[in-house]
Design a protein around this ligand. Structure first.
Ligand code: RIB
Length: 290
């Protein structure tokens, strides 16, 4: 099985600060670093590092060809990544505090230049045994979900950055929905009750230091967070979802998918940066106890 990820590709410009600035406050940066990020890119890297077969569909600036070389080295298939001269590669300005918390400002850039015709052509290479994964950082999520659903692919949606008005119309088309705790509460407040979620829809709730929960119909599976000294939590949720999907794709039981994902996310937050901190499956297996 393959996973087609219609996803954002960003340059993360990270400023390390003592405390996140409040409105109207100026704080000094301790240092600045640039990493590869974007929820889409992080998730593709996590799937590839877990040993999964992932093909990334996205757009970068023609000036940033080097991003493709980096992704290829991680094992991500980049045949569906195109280049544009009309926009810069997406950017995320990220403040990371000493306790690992972050604030992110996004500039969509080339992530809003995905072409529907190219997406249709890409989807011709996938079948109903494959997954579509997408998030809310490109212009093509809704269209991609519609097309993929018509072709029988299973749909995984990471509802981030969270936009309830965008999520509600596509909710019935999603097989696996990934949200964090706050997003989960907003979703339940909008639909009234967890039982109002579409039947057979799986829900993955990441809860940071409190672990994660998988809910499907009456089944609930919880996993603890992997004990970690968090240096930078940017991309932890992406790592969790990418690992979870890759493990699901190779037929692991849900409980094991959750354990693998939790360890991967726990190791990822111990280093600074998003995609560059995602551990390999060999590193994760060392910490996995069946
Ligand atoms: O989820 C983390 C990601 O969000 C960062 O890598 C940043 O690019 C933003 O998209």
């Amino acid at each position: 099985m393959s996973i087609l990820n219609i996803g954002s590709l960003n340059l993360d410009i990270v400023y390390r600060v003592s405390c996140l600035p409040l409105a109207g406050e100026t704080v000094k940066a301790l240092n600045k670093s640039i990493y590869l990020g974007g929820k889409g890119l992080n998730q593709s890297v996590a799937i590839a590092m877990a040993g999964g077969d992932v093909k990334h569909f996205g757009v970068i600036s023609s000036d940033d060809e080097w991003i493709i070389s980096k992704l290829l080295k991680c094992g991500v298939d980049c045949n569906f990544i195109s280049k544009t001269q009309q926009a810069d590669t997406g950017q995320a300005i990220i403040f990371v505090a000493e306790n690992g918390d972050n604030s992110i400002v996004l500039l969509s850039g080339a992530n809003h230049f995905l072409k529907e015709s190219e997406l249709e052509a890409a989807l011709d290479e996938f079948s109903n045994s494959d997954w579509l994964l997408t998030q809310n950082e490109t212009n093509a999520a809704e269209y991609g979900i519609e097309l993929a659903r018509n072709r029988g692919l299973s749909i995984a949606y990471s509802a981030a950055p969270f936009d309830l008005q965008k999520l509600l119309p596509i909710l019935p088309k999603i097989d696996l929905l990934s949200v964090n705790e706050i997003e989960y509460e907003q979703l339940i407040a909008a639909i009234g009750d967890i039982h109002c979620l579409p039947k057979n829809q799986a829900l993955l709730i990441t809860k940071g230091a409190s672990g994660a929960e998988y809910i499907k119909d009456d089944a609930r599976i919880n996993v603890d967070a992997y004990a970690a000294n968090a240096v930078d939590t940017t991309g932890a949720g992406d790592t969790f979802l990418g690992y979870f999907l890759a493990m699901l794709d190779v037929g692991k039981e849900i409980e094991d998918c959750m354990k693998f994902a939790s360890i991967a996310a726990g190791l990822q937050v111990m280093k600074q940066g998003a995609s560059n901190s995602i551990p390999s499956i060999e590193q994760v297996k060392i910490h996995f106890e069946g």
